[in-house]
Design a protein around this ligand. Structure first.
Ligand SMILES: C[S@@+](CC[C@H](N)C(=O)[O-])C[C@H]1O[C@@H](n2cnc3c(N)ncnc32)[C@H](O)[C@@H]1O
Length: 262
């Protein structure tokens, strides 16, 4: 049986592997293994040093103060996406119908339900591994999860009845994926990252389809990058949605918000 690693040894190995928040990560890894064997901590550490995202190893990510289940291969919800949640929460009244398109782990819909439990949240993703997580994160809170391409698996009864659509669709330009850290490039599904040549292809499809699902005066919110925001906003305008751009310097986040005609 190997000797148990001490917390300072864990910190040292993480730091040597280039982990910026080595102390915090060590605390979480040690806490995750207190009831298991020393070999399991060593195994977690080896996989973290090899580049597996911490959240996929722990099985959860902290998002908007919630513990969101995340499985291997599934996109880890990021802090900037909290801006999408905050802006959508402002626009969703109690009882509103909300669609979370490209939901991944379901983090955005789960955070919205945590802020207002009367929302009717429907979430969809093309990746079955992601929707398996989304079910764990959403169904206990009353959300419904569908697997398929964008809006296609959603009940047609929702057409024209949706108050708020949120989408953190993939928006990384294909060429830029090679420059992403291995945590994303290797350990998150390509379909979660690749937004096509300019990064706008999936967004464009979301914006094109959204108006027929929205109530008059309903809202579409799409996370994007600061550099892409003018193009994203132009796509909104081209499909009859009046756009405005919200930035958060603290979160390093940008969201385009479009409103359909009343
Ligand atoms: C950037 S991740 C965001 C996930 C989640 N919304 C979040 O913020 O944590 C993009 C997600 O879009 C999904 N996706 C990509 N293309 C899709 C499509 N055509 N239809 C539905 N989901 C899609 C991916 O599987 C991935 O889970």
């Amino acid at each position: 049986m190997p000797l148990p690693l001490t917390p300072p040894e864990v910190v040292e190995r993480l730091r040597a592997a280039g982990c910026v928040f080595a102390e915090d990560e060590a605390r979480l890894l040690v806490a995750a293994t207190t009831t298991t064997t020393p070999a399991e901590l060593a195994d977690l550490l080896t996989r973290r040093v090899a580049g597996l995202p911490l959240e996929q190893l722990l099985g959860w990510a902290d998002f908007c103060g919630l513990r969101i289940t995340v499985r291997p291969g599934v996109f880890v919800p990021r802090r900037p996406t909290e801006l999408l949640v905050r802006r959508a929460a402002r626009l969703a009244a109690p009882g509103s119908v909300v669609l979370d398109v490209c939901c991944g782990s379901g983090a955005v819909g789960a955070a919205l339900l945590a802020s207002e439990n009367s929302l009717q949240v429907y979430a969809v993703d093309i990746d079955p591994a992601a929707t398996a997580c989304a079910r764990e994160n959403l169904e206990d809170r009353g959300g419904q999860v569908f697997t398929g391409d964008l809006f296609s698996p959603l009940p047609r009864s929702l057409l024209g009845r949706v108050d708020v659509i949120v989408a953190n669709a993939p928006y990384v330009p294909t060429d830029a994926i090679a420059r992403m850290p291995p945590e994303a490039r290797v350990h998150e599904a390509r379909v979660a990252l690749d937004g096509g040549a300019e990064g706008l292809e999936v967004q464009r499809r979301v914006v094109r389809a959204a108006p027929e699902w929205l109530v008059p005066g309903g809202h579409l919110l799409v996370e994007t990058s600061a550099g892409q925001a003018p193009q994203t906003a132009a796509i909104f305008a081209g499909h009859g949605l009046t756009p405005r751009v919200a930035h958060s310097r603290a979160l390093d986040a940008t969201v385009v918000i479009g409103t359909s005609p009343a």
